[in-house]
Design a protein around this ligand. Structure first.
Ligand SMILES: [Mg+2]
Length: 268
């Protein structure tokens, strides 16, 4: 009689992976294709155009801020509101890792947040420092969860753009809408500019709407605000533009989402 090994092969793989402190290998059949993320992520990591778009956004914001500070009587009563992810911080390494290992959000997100190693997007650090030198308040309103507060603070400190105090870093509570947090800032300050890669970073009117409405009506009705009050950053990797295609349904599998993305493609 052949003695049965104490561990079956699955347990052995689990133990080896744990011992090496590496993510478990995902069987080929369970891997997400993430095909929609490939060019999207390459754009963020390889394109000089991404770099140029960020610099363009911060250059416009700098000129706006100079004009504001030339005429404002009390700069300390003014504030800007900035989203963090894909506005100040670059999370493309997380997306790249997801493609490499066939994972999908939120798999691996804890590890990425706790690494606190996101780099700043081009132009962000110089701009934030210059705003502070003028005495204007900088508020970060992010949909990172409260449990990531410490890691986010470490990340921002390492980049030399830490919030002035904990009141200047407003993370996500129960609701994803940022409107309540914007109103909190408005209790004490006048918001002169908002910065974001998702239109929900700017106004509640964008929250949870389909793309037809976001594109055809709402964005068009606010056209004068883009480049003045609203400073928009490119994000080809994720966002409500993509969530809207799947009707904001969080229960769909990666495969089901991919089918819906393909279904809205408009050929000629
Ligand atoms: Mg963002």
């Amino acid at each position: 009689m052949i003695a049965r090994p104490f561990f079956n092969s699955g347990i052995l793989v689990l133990l080896l992976a744990t011992a090496c402190n590496r993510p478990l290998p995902v069987p080929e059949t369970n891997k997400n294709s993430n095909e929609h993320l490939l060019a999207a992520t390459l754009f963020h990591q390889q394109a000089a155009e991404l770099q140029a778009l960020c610099l363009q956004a911060y250059n416009i914001a700098s000129r706006n801020m100079d004009a504001i500070s030339d005429t404002a009587s009390n700069l300390s009563s003014l504030a800007i509101v900035m989203d963090l992810d894909e506005t100040v911080l670059d999370n493309s390494p997380y997306e790249a890792q997801s493609i490499i290992h066939g994972l999908s959000y939120p798999q691996g997100w804890d590890e990425w947040m706790n690494a606190a190693s996101a780099k700043a997007l081009p132009g962000a650090v110089d701009f934030i420092k210059s705003v502070r030198e003028k005495g204007v308040q900088v508020f970060y309103i992010t949909n990172r969860r409260e449990k990531y507060r410490e890691a986010t603070l470490v990340n921002l400190q390492n980049l030399d753009i830490a919030p002035a105090d904990s009141n200047h870093l407003l993370l996500r509570g129960e609701e994803s809408s940022k409107e309540t947090r914007r109103r909190k800032v408005l209790e004490n300050y006048q918001i002169v500019m908002l910065f974001g890669d998702n239109l929900t970073d700017f106004a509640a009117i964008f929250d949870g709407n389909p793309n037809t409405l976001r594109r055809a009506e709402i964005t068009d009705s606010l056209r004068a605000d883009f480049g003045s009050r609203f400073i928009v950053f490119p994000n080809t990797m994720y966002g409500d533009w993509l969530n809207a295609i799947t009707d904001y349904d969080k229960n769909l599998s990666a495969k089901q989402k991919l089918e819906k993305y393909k279904a809205v493609l408009q050929g000629f």
